[in-house]
Design a protein around this ligand. Structure first.
Ligand SMILES: NC(=O)C1=CN([C@@H]2O[C@H](COP(=O)(O)OP(=O)(O)OC[C@H]3O[C@@H](n4cnc5c(N)ncnc54)[C@H](OP(=O)(O)O)[C@@H]3O)[C@@H](O)[C@H]2O)C=CC1
Ligand SMILES: O=C(O)[C@@H]1CCC=N1
Length: 271
């Protein structure tokens, strides 16, 4: 690990800060000693230092900003104004990266009085190096800042640059998406249990099925409908289940869920 690696800070030491810091340290070549996080709550600080060996946690947001080349803003959208107010000044040496749902670049620029800002929507699988992140850069930002952000995010999974107007949809789809998939996994596991499988067996088979199906989409590049057709034998078991899902509005329910999550992200941007 190189000491030339950036010093990376986090405002807020909650779930996402910890998951991202973990990825950045284990896969991004940033030593734990280059990580610092601020949180008003002692328990969160203790947990962060335990989970990220070598990292430092403080109650001072300003200290994080002053000591970081890159600082992730990882507080809830509703706490964004408080976090900004706690700072006297964001030094020119620090690139800010917000991961908050809904909060626009325009609002971030106004709250933090800096133009050097990038807005990202990550997701929790960054903890295991499988995040799906999308990001938008503030106007006029230097390519070096975009490259540095992309590199840090890629330590947690994939990172795609998108126009900012797409970020609320990203939030509904991949930001919130893991929760919807966990619900599917829970329901499939319960179904296995209902049919007599031990829960641990049902859970392992379900999770591996979801992982395998996702990998088939990514690795083969085939349309999901074609992959589904390959599973669905004429007069067989799968079509019987597909028919039930269609009758119960499975696809419509998923589309409605992601639409609601996207709209909520837009609402958070209005606060
Ligand atoms: N969870 C997820 O799956 C995803 C979340 N996000 C975004 O990430 C952000 C963080 O979410 P998440 O990690 O789940 O939330 P958490 O509540 O786990 O973490 C936020 C942390 O910030 C602390 N905090 C509150 N106020 C301040 C302040 N003024 N300065 C510094 N720290 C403060 C909170 O303390 P306390 O709890 O006591 O208030 C908490 O420990 C949100 O903006 C969310 O939209 C983005 C993608 C996915
Ligand atoms: O539920 C939320 O608001 C956050 C943003 C995306 C995922 N979790």
């Amino acid at each position: 690990m190189s000491n030339d690696s950036p010093r990376v800070g986090f405002l807020g030491a909650g779930q996402m800060a910890m998951a991202m810091a973990h990825g950045i340290v284990t896969r991004g070549g940033v030593p734990g000693s280059h990580i610092i996080a601020a949180d008003p709550f002692a328990d969160a600080r203790t947990r962060f230092e335990q989970e990220i060996p070598g990292a430092q946690a403080t109650d001072s947001n300003q200290k994080v900003i002053d000591q970081s080349d890159v600082a992730f803003i990882a507080v809830k959208p509703q706490m964004m104004a408080d976090a900004a107010k706690s700072l006297t000044k964001v030094p020119d040496t620090c690139l800010l990266i917000s991961i908050a749902a809904g909060v626009t670049l325009k609002r971030l620029v106004s709250l933090f009085s800096t133009q050097r800002i990038i807005r990202v929507m990550p997701n929790t699988p960054c903890l295991v190096g499988l995040s799906a992140c999308a990001f938008s850069a503030n106007e006029g930002i230097q390519q070096a800042d975009i490259t540095r952000t992309q590199k840090l995010l890629e330590a947690t999974g994939i990172a795609i640059q998108v126009p900012e107007k797409q970020l609320d949809a990203v939030t509904g789809l991949s930001g919130s998406g893991p929760a919807f998939v966990y619900m599917l996994i829970e329901a499939m596991t319960d179904a296995g249990v209902r049919q007599g499988l031990p829960r641990s067996v049902a859970l392992q088979l379900t999770a591996q099925t979801v992982k395998g199906a996702a990998e088939m989409v990514l690795a083969t590049g085939q349309h999901p409908a074609a992959l589904k057709d390959n599973v669905t034998s004429p007069g067989g078991t799968t079509i019987a289940g597909v028919h039930e899902l269609e009758k119960k509005g499975f696809r419509g329910a998923i589309i409605d869920a992601i639409t609601a999550a996207t709209e909520r992200s837009r609402e958070l941007g209005q606060d």
